[in-house]
Design a protein. Sequence first.
Length: 412
Amino acid sequence: MQAELITIGDEILIGQTIDTNSAWMGQKLNEVGVEVHRIHSIRDTSEAIIQTLDGLHTDTQLVLITGGLGPTKDDLTKHTLTRYFGGQLQFDQEVFAHIQSLFQQMGRDISHLNRDQAELPSNAFIWKNDVGTASAMRFEHEDRFYISMPGVPYEMKHLMHTAVLPWIADNFLQQDIVHRTFLTQGIPESVLAEQIREWELGLPKSLKLAYLPSPGIVKLRLSGMGERTALEHSIEQEHQKLRKVIGKEIFGEGRDSLQEVVGRSLVKKGWSLSTAESCTGGYIAHLLTTVSGSSAYFKGGAVAYANEVKVRELAVPQAAIETHGAVSEEVVRAMAIGGCARFETEVCVSVSGVAGPTGGTEDKPVGTVWIGIHGPSGTRAECFRMGMHRERNIRRSGLTALNLLRKYLEAQ
């Protein structure tokens, strides 16, 4: 099934609002086997809406529209669609009662503008919006379906989950869609593709592989369409083959995060963890504490940005800094050892580097990062070249540190 997405709003076009709706809808539609052919972001005008509808691809069967359903006069979507499909607005008492109930819960008086939101197209199927005042509308015209939803992300997602996706599954999907995603860290996409080339070439025709890269992470998603049990068996067979090729590099599946994987391993061992960070500025500690229950194993950390703080708080020898520099194997080893002592933990992960864009030297260019780990089996440290972009360097350094910690814990 081929679909197109239309997001309506001047605020998107001028960069005031980022269009996260299309990304989320595209992901959810892909999961159920609907192929998104094009995404349109257009102005809040009737002319722009009509022009886009007239220009849809002839093979498109489903059009999802978000935005322009609010109570103000610049919200033109409902009126434009009603006219475009040859209907008229009529008052829906049930929807109005729902809007009144929402306003009563908020302790607010309802205005005539909000009452107008109960005026809905006579030629559309209406899905009531349980979490907002703007209903979703489904039009059918010349064997194509058009679904208009609010642009507020949580309202759109609610309607997609409770109404739109179930309707699509019931009416159009005759086959199961199965996805399974494997997560890797620290391997560039091109390098990973070369490593698994033979495995990828040997995949059965019923399965499709997608590379999903982001800074520091590359996801490998296997997908298939058909009978669920057979697909799951086939994907599991390919998973086992993949493990033989890059098993140590796969840190999780699906929605796993490195911090969750590390946390589970620490809980299993009964160990506590601390962090000693310089160039990442507390980012590793932040990642760890995004996990609910992380207080069971994470005691705390030091952001030792200045050299004197490394010396005072983490007992890094001044001589090590003067001889080798703050960005060095000797210093991150000392930071990790000092972190364990300072916070009384079994394990500490440390990091020191040149995040950039300034501060690099010929010997230690921007992107040079040393990561250290100290624990019951000793101390280790590795050097990495992260790149030239400061924010990406910080993210990659944090993820790389967690992945090294994961491997350290798995080896114990």
